[in-house]
Design a protein around this ligand. Structure first.
Ligand SMILES: Cc1ncc(COP(=O)(O)O)c(C=O)c1O
Length: 415
């Protein structure tokens, strides 16, 4: 006797799926895939990997990965959090209250800015998540995003994903790599939905002046667009005055969003943590988009991040001093090669104008081939970065000095 659940009656074979000789799954890809720009950092990784595979000894100054360890108290907080059953569960959608409270405390203590942790903050798994959530929230196909070039490539990539357009304002050497926002035609501002700033800046190392942020906020009010400051390098300043937050500008909270990261301040790029702060109405919408498109920031990282944000930030200040020392060591070494870095005010990178008549991509290849030093060509940060290369300061001073020695030795008559 057959089981009641198994039919012994002859069942018709399922109809064969239609086949087509010409169709491949790739034919079904969304249009947006074809407009996403290539990831320049992946190309750089591939160049370095190929050189290493040939047995070459490469000093990799192309990467943006912090080279140190997070403060011990944060590592301990994360380890303890891993044993707490409260953290076995999904975290709250917009962030654990203790993390959001700590971010609000950090804004108050470091920047004198009052942010409401419930309505003006969102925990995210890194500033990169904040970038894509914010752009997705604001940009429809065809909408205009204004960038300051050279720029962090994800701004262009995330805009492409949602079908937006970009307009790039150059940040010129003669203006200390800060943009002249008032020189941009009013018609551009009228069309813009979003202006993305990034100070301290990757790749140029420029930091914002109060005047720059005030101009951006005034234009945003006048022309009705949103201002974002990507504050991934908060706390990493080289000058006596620490890098300022967008929200230190009066009325910036009415038109602005700021993206903060734990990655660089606390050297936890692999933990994935950060927060988005800003106008409550915008944050409500960004939270809605984030809930549908991103994973939540891990509970244990939120606990450890709260420990960092609630601390006195002495570890961050010490880190900034270390990067500054490295910048000076690299600059002194490169002087012996007849090269001079641009002045840098914060962040993790140094920006070098390539010697006369060199194309920056060719110069980067030359440095890799002849000196065994990997850097990123400036044009990887958009056309306005052409003519420069970026060195990361994420190796000890001795390694940076060795890189400079190799460049000086390889120079010959190259410039
Ligand atoms: C300007 C800028 N924004 C955002 C990020 C990404 O930060 P996170 O690690 O928080 O995603 C980086 C990382 O290098 C960056 O340079």
């Amino acid at each position: 006797m057959s089981s009641p659940n198994i039919s012994t009656a002859a069942t018709p074979a399922p109809a064969a799926a239609p086949t087509s000789a010409s169709w491949t799954p790739q034919a079904s890809l969304a249009h947006r895939v074809s407009v996403i720009p290539a990831n320049p950092f992946a190309a750089s990784d591939a160049r370095v990997a190929a050189a290493v595979a040939q047995g070459r000894d490469i000093i990799n100054l192309a990467k943006g990965n912090p080279d140190g360890a997070p403060p011990q108290f944060m590592q301990d907080a994360l380890a303890r959090a891993a044993h707490d059953p409260a953290n076995f569960k999904y975290p709250q959608f917009d962030g654990k209250p203790e993390f959001l409270d700590a971010a609000a405390h950090w804004y108050q203590a470091e920047h004198g800015v009052t942010i409401d942790p419930r309505t003006q903050l969102l925990a995210v798994a890194g500033a990169s998540v904040g970038i894509s959530a914010t752009i997705t929230t604001l940009i429809d196909p065809g909408d205009l995003v204004v960038l300051v070039g050279p720029y962090y490539p994800q701004y262009e990539g995330s805009t492409a994903v949602v079908g937006g357009r970009i307009h790039v304002i150059p940040a010129l050497e003669e203006n200390g790599f800060l943009p002249d926002l008032d020189s941009v035609p009013a018609s551009v501002w009228d069309e813009a939905k979003l202006l993305i700033l990034n100070y301290p800046n990757n790749p140029t190392g420029a930091v914002a002046t109060p005047e720059l942020f005030a101009t951006a906020v005034r234009l945003a009010h006048e022309h009705h667009f949103v201002v974002v400051n990507d504050f991934a390098y908060a706390g990493i300043g080289f000058d006596a005055q620490p890098p300022i937050s967008l929200f230190e500008t009066p009325s910036a909270l009415e038109v602005g969003v700021e993206l903060c990261s734990l990655s660089k301040m606390y050297m936890v790029a692999g933990w994935r943590g950060g927060f988005v702060a800003g106008n409550a109405g915008l944050l409500r919408a960004i939270k809605a988009v984030h809930q549908q498109t991103s994973i939540l920031m891990s509970s244990v990282v939120q606990v450890a991040g709260a420990a960092g944000l609630n601390s006195d930030q002495s570890t961050v200040r010490a880190l900034a001093a270390t990067y500054r020392g490295r910048y000076e060591a690299l600059n002194a070494g490169l002087a012996k090669a007849g090269l001079e870095l641009e002045p840098v005010h914060g962040g993790l990178f140094a920006w070098l104008k390539v010697p006369h008549d060199w194309d920056d991509a060719d110069f980067a290849v030359w440095l890799l081939d002849k000196a065994g030093v990997a850097v990123i060509p400036g044009s990887d940060f958009g056309a306005t970065g052409a003519g420069f290369v970026r060195f990361s300061l994420l190796e000890p001073s001795e390694t940076l000095e060795e890189a400079a020695r190799r460049i000086a030795a390889a120079r010959g008559t190259a410039w």
